[in-house]
Design a binder for this molecule. Structure first.
Ligand SMILES: [Zn+2]
Ligand SMILES: [Zn+2]
Length: 184
């Protein structure tokens, strides 16, 4: 028998699912609808769900012969910074979870690696790794406030959106300056 790393889960932790109510007969289902505080660092460097923000879970736990299949939506607020103009981005996270958690000592448990299929820990499921994976996959590494954000002027660092269309740091050619004087 292979040894699995057992971390002790708290059944009341926000992202731990307790399957004791779910009959272990294939096809049995339970809905999980709850709002939990988002864990720390849920997201990428420039965009993510603020720690403690409301994360809504609308999940279904389904008994299958080898374990419990968890599927559904996770939604919550996203706060980030535009990768071009550095302004704040406010958006909504909406990701899908679809993950099998194998019973300890089931065939699946014995024949797959832990990074392929999740594991039940007794009657409990630690949903956090699946939520983190889904969130990280869904988020852009370089978020933009809008598709065609023009970014910042490379000379003065002002967002182009705040600058007039003819904004320029081109030093006026002294000869032209003379001409300007003449035509004044
Ligand atoms: Zn921007
Ligand atoms: Zn400028």
């Amino acid at each position: 028998m292979r040894e699995h790393s057992i971390t002790h889960l708290d059944p009341r932790a926000p992202l731990v699912l307790d399957t004791r109510d779910l009959p272990r007969s294939p096809g049995a289902m339970r809905e999980v609808v709850r709002v939990v505080p988002a864990p720390q660092d849920l997201g990428l460097e420039l965009i993510g769900v603020p720690a403690g923000a409301d994360l809504s879970l609308r999940l279904q736990m389904t008994s299958v012969s080898e374990g419990v299949y968890v599927s559904g939506q996770v939604t919550g607020p996203l706060v980030g910074e535009c990768g071009r103009c550095l302004r704040e981005i406010n958006d909504t996270l909406d990701v899908t979870i679809a993950e099998l958690y194998a019973y300890a000592h089931s065939t699946t448990d014995e024949t797959t690696d832990e990074d392929e299929v999740g594991r039940m820990q007794g009657d409990l499921i630690d949903l956090e790794p699946a939520v983190r994976d889904a969130v990280v996959l869904a988020l852009p590494a370089n978020p933009l406030c809008r598709e065609d954000c023009p970014g910042l002027c490379s000379e003065c660092g002002e967002p182009w959106d705040n600058l007039p269309a003819d904004h320029s740091h081109q030093a006026v050619d002294p000869r032209w300056a003379k001409l300007n004087d003449l035509t004044r």
